[in-house]
Design a protein. Structure first.
Ligand SMILES: Nc1ncnc2c1ncn2[C@@H]1O[C@H](COP(=O)(O)OP(=O)(O)O)[C@@H](O)[C@H]1O
Ligand SMILES: CC(C)(COP(=O)(O)O)[C@@H](O)C(=O)NCCC(=O)O
Ligand SMILES: [K+]
Length: 243
């Protein structure tokens, strides 16, 4: 069994895989990540590998204490990836975006792919049918939008994600919810439409903590898969360790 761990800027997501099959998903905060991983290893005694991707919040040292029990596979830029990287600054490309691009290539061969990850930030990544990675876009995620409006104004309250109800917010709260949620939904739909007018067909993968919430509010029909990064980590581990 493989334990995949995705260390995001907001939360840690992890999943246990038996070959291609996802057995269990666990989401937890950065605090006490150590004890949580230990508990997972206790619960699933057959885990032999820990495959880790981090946006930079934790480094490999943090995982070394588990190395007497399991093999640690830390994803780094120096690993083999199943795409040609044409980002102008490959050394600064997020590891999470590289894992998503790899997962899209491995799960959807021979197609143009757009991966949208609505997490702390919203990332857009485009990999073409020849498996060339081009880059995409980075914008603030829902929580960052709510927090920055509160932090940089005198009057706006700190709100958390809530259905805006309608386009026309009739109160401060409803106006903010409409701005954040409808604003991001329009951004995603607009990005997809603009890319579609420049490119041939491409498949769209929507993932991240806000994927399910946003999918229902998009004009484009997209199936959300909130486990796509974890599945990609599993597939990338298998790819990097193929015989
Ligand atoms: N229990 C939760 N704790 C924090 N964020 C959550 C939770 N449930 C859903 N979310 C949403 O998920 C987003 C963070 O997504 P996530 O994919 O976990 O981010 P990251 O990969 O950057 O850590 C936040 O913007 C928030 O709206
Ligand atoms: C853009 C990100 C902050 C997204 O992180 P996340 O929202 O998934 O936690 C991360 O991919 C990152 O730090 N990227 C480095 C810059 C780049 O990809 O060009
Ligand atoms: K993201």
């Amino acid at each position: 069994m493989i334990l995949t761990v995705d260390v995001g800027n907001t939360r840690i997501k992890s999943a246990v895989f038996e070959n291609d099959t996802l057995v269990e998903v666990m989401v937890f905060p950065h605090e006490n990540f150590f004890g949580t991983i230990e508990n997972i290893l206790k619960k699933f005694q057959n885990i032999t590998v820990l495959a880790v991707a981090s946006v930079g919040k934790l480094d490999v040292e943090a995982f070394k204490s588990f190395s007497d029990r399991v093999k640690i596979h830390f994803i780094t830029r120096e690993n083999a990836f199943p795409f040609l990287n044409q980002y102008a600054t490959p050394q600064t490309l997020g590891i999470d975006r590289m894992v998503l691009a790899a997962g899209a290539v491995l799960q959807f061969p021979g197609q143009n792919r757009l991966i949208i990850d609505a997490g702390t930030c919203v990332t857009y990544d485009f990999v073409d049918e020849n498996d060339v990675y081009h880059g995409g876009a980075i914008s603030p995620g829902t929580r960052l939008r709510y927090e920055s409006m509160h932090n940089y104004t005198a009057k706006l309250p700190l709100l958390t994600l809530e259905d805006p109800g309608s386009l026309i917010g009739n109160s401060t709260g409803q106006s903010m919810h409409s701005g954040v949620i409808n604003g991001l939904a329009f951004e995603i739909d607009g990005y997809i439409d603009a890319l579609q007018s420049e490119n041939e067909n491409f498949i769209i993968i929507l993932t991240g903590g806000d994927a399910n919430f946003l999918a229902k509010r998009l004009k484009n029909t997209i199936f959300a898969n909130s486990n796509f990064l974890l599945e990609s980590l599993n597939n990338l581990y298998l790819y990097q360790n193929r015989k």
